[in-house]
Design a protein around this ligand. Structure first.
Ligand SMILES: *Cc1c(COP(=O)(O)O)cnc(C)c1O
Length: 235
């Protein structure tokens, strides 16, 4: 199969998995968005999916992403930064992207705020739900304080939460998803404009269905759409 046929096929499989998961979870059709995670894949792959109507793309590596963003500027694409944020990259991230999923520190939030002009930058706070030591993400106990700091920043718009749980058993994943959903509901309850706090970014190739059952509104899918990546780029 050529690459276009292959991507078209995989895209339609994922779209139907999402619709099936919505039905299984008794969720409204269209309530879960697909974020196509295109890290390490060429701009030509992104273009194929964009032509099929896919709008949201996620990238982890700043320079690689910026090259694709510029190459595909004629397409109506919403770019999401989902990688780790180094403070020396905040300016370029705030300039080039529409969303950032991985904010976990006030310092990073305020640097993004300073660098952003025009429309506010859409922000998700990354939460370390399973308190894994090696991973980024704010601890659940410090979440509210970080959210309050972001609410005060005029060029950021806090849209929701995100997590990357460790690849563990389904039971542990389910607990991690439930935890993030309950933190989300709690924070929505005290959000100054709760209607814009509408995004729960959880679920990847291996736990799409589980995440939709537990309330995800955005699944981040790489492997199932584009195929495997080199081992060091698994996440
Ligand atoms: C790479 C990556 C994904 C996609 O993972 P797959 O298992 O390939 O679907 C999702 N979220 C983040 C944060 C990633 O870095």
């Amino acid at each position: 199969m050529d690459r276009i046929a292959e991507l078209t096929h995989q895209f339609s499989l994922i779209e139907s998995s999402i619709r099936d998961a919505e039905v299984a979870a008794d969720r409204a059709s269209g309530s879960v968005h697909l974020l196509a995670v295109s890290k390490t894949k060429p701009a030509s792959d992104v273009e194929v999916l964009a032509r099929l109507g896919q709008k949201r793309f996620g990238e982890n590596y700043v320079q690689e992403a910026v090259d694709k963003i510029h190459a595909l500027s004629n397409f109506d694409i919403e770019w999401h930064y989902i990688g780790h944020i180094q403070s020396n990259k905040t300016k370029i991230i705030a300039t080039e992207f529409d969303w950032v999923h991985t904010v976990d520190r006030e310092k990073i939030a305020s640097r993004l705020n300073e660098a952003r002009t025009g429309e506010p930058l859409n922000i998700l706070i990354q939460v370390n739900v399973d308190l894994a030591e090696t991973k980024s993400g704010v601890a659940p106990d410090n979440l509210k304080q970080l959210a309050e700091a972001i609410w005060a920043l005029p060029n950021l718009r806090l849209r929701g939460l995100m997590s990357i749980p460790d690849p563990v058993s389904d039971d542990d994943l389910k607990r991690a998803h439930q935890k993030l959903k309950s933190l989300f509901d709690e924070l929505k309850g005290c959000h100054p404009t709760p209607e814009i706090f509408d995004t729960l970014s959880m679920g990847m190739t291996n736990d799409l269905e589980l995440a939709v059952i537990e309330g995800s509104t955005m699944v981040r899918i790489g492997t199932a759409l584009f195929g495997a990546r080199p081992p060091k780029d698994t996440v």
